[in-house]
Design a protein around this ligand. Structure first.
Ligand code: FPP
Ligand code: MG
Length: 361
């Protein structure tokens, strides 16, 4: 069990994992240098990004200011802005490789902004569905206002993002990023159901993780590689980078739900179990403790299920195996960068993999 090919060719099993540094030394893979902090490299772009998003959201408004206040509420600079950082670093790295520096940046920056807007729109809808009370340490939009208005706010953010997407003028980029919306919705649908067949659960989980998290990163990378006029193979490599980084990110997120306190997370710990969700730690643990399978099937709905599942995960190898799988995906992400020329931005993309894994520390 727990083997096979998941989302669009994602390997869902791994055995032992050398450290990132080790693998970088042993193979001709790209390595990370001391000054390659991705957030510093694109810092200037990020500084103005939220002001620009506010301006775009305000520009379309014909009704009162409440919709503007709601739409801007999560664009307050308190998020990690990971998606735009990935998209911009990848765009710069590919421009160096293809000799397009100074020519493709405007459209690539739009892709970065759109990726943050799609992500935020999905968080607005997610908070409604999850009845969230907080987001990044502040009252969630659905609680501060209400669910009906919040639903429309999410749709409004998407509408403005769609306009920006059209402004890229690239039919290919429009097609690529539209796929993300379909994937996000399908990821949420997958999360509503639990596979009854135990053998299928891990692959289903990886597919869901691709749809919910990795798709946006993968397709933003792909779009910016297209805008850099990379070859078909290089465009595929860009997609693979975003996909593997995204899956690693989700694995780490799911791990943190078991190992961090509610204070650190800004939401209750073991939130996924409370929502009925079986993520990698519990799926791995079910191989050692088969009694978890029935709990997974009933989505931890009986009294004591959440507590018992949480305890079993802590004494199992599940946490370590999840960490190992995240590391493996980061290594695959780094490998996909070998097809482009070295540059500070390529090194920053390697550094991002480290950062994703180091959220665990
Ligand atoms: C966060 O999940 C949610 C997502 C990454 C995607 C949510 C997608 C939808 C609601 C589909 C609709 C999409 C659009 C574009 C409107 P989480 O609950 O695991 O994370 P959290 O802990 O941050 O809430
Ligand atoms: Mg949520």
């Amino acid at each position: 069990m727990m083997q096979g090919q998941g989302a669009r060719g994602v390997q869902t099993v791994s055995t032992s994992f050398p450290s990132l540094q080790q693998s970088a030394v042993q193979s001709p893979q790209p390595t990370v240098g001391p000054c390659d902090d991705p957030f510093l490299l694109v810092g200037r772009d990020l500084e103005t990004m939220f002001t620009e998003i506010h301006r775009e959201l305000e520009q379309e408004l014909q009704v009162d200011g409440e919709l503007a206040d709601m739409a801007k509420y999560y664009f307050d600079g308190s998020g990690k802005a990971l998606r735009p950082v990935i998209a911009m670093c990848l765009g710069h790295a590919y421009n160096v490789h293809t000799g397009r520096v100074g020519r493709a940046e405007d459209s690539q920056r739009k892709v970065a902004i759109i990726s943050e807007m799609i992500h935020t729109a999905s968080l607005v809808h997610d908070d409604i569905l999850d009845h969230a009370e907080t987001r990044r340490g502040k009252v969630s939009v659905n609680l501060r206002w209400d669910s009906r208005k919040s639903t429309m706010t999410g749709a409004y953010i998407l509408a403005v993002a769609s306009k920006l997407l059209a402004q890229t003028g690239s039919q290919k980029v429009i097609e690529i990023l539209s796929q993300v919306l379909a994937d996000l919705v399908q990821g949420e649908f997958m999360q509503l159901q639990t596979k009854q067949d135990e053998e299928d659960r891990f692959e289903d989980y990886i597919n869901k993780s691709f749809n919910k998290t990795a798709s946006l990163m993968a397709y933003s990378c792909q779009a910016n590689a297209v805008l850099a006029e990379a070859t078909e193979q290089e465009v595929q490599d860009a997609f693979q980078y975003g996909k593997n980084l995204g899956i690693a990110f989700q694995l780490v997120d799911d791990l943190l739900d078991f190992v961090s306190s509610a204070d650190q997370l800004g939401k209750p710990a073991a939130a996924d179990l409370h929502l009925g969700l079986a993520t990698a730690p519990v799926l791995f643990a079910s191989a050692e403790f088969p009694q978890l399978n029935d709990m997974i099937a009933r989505r931890f709905s009986l009294p004591g299920d959440v507590e018992e599942a949480f305890r079993l995960v802590q004494v199992s190898q599940g946490l370590q195996q999840t960490r190992g799988l995240a590391r493996r995906h980061c290594e695959d992400a780094i490998s996909s960068l070998s097809s482009i020329l070295p540059s500070p931005h390529r090194a920053a993309l390697v550094g991002l993999c480290d950062k994703v894994l180091n959220r665990l520390k």
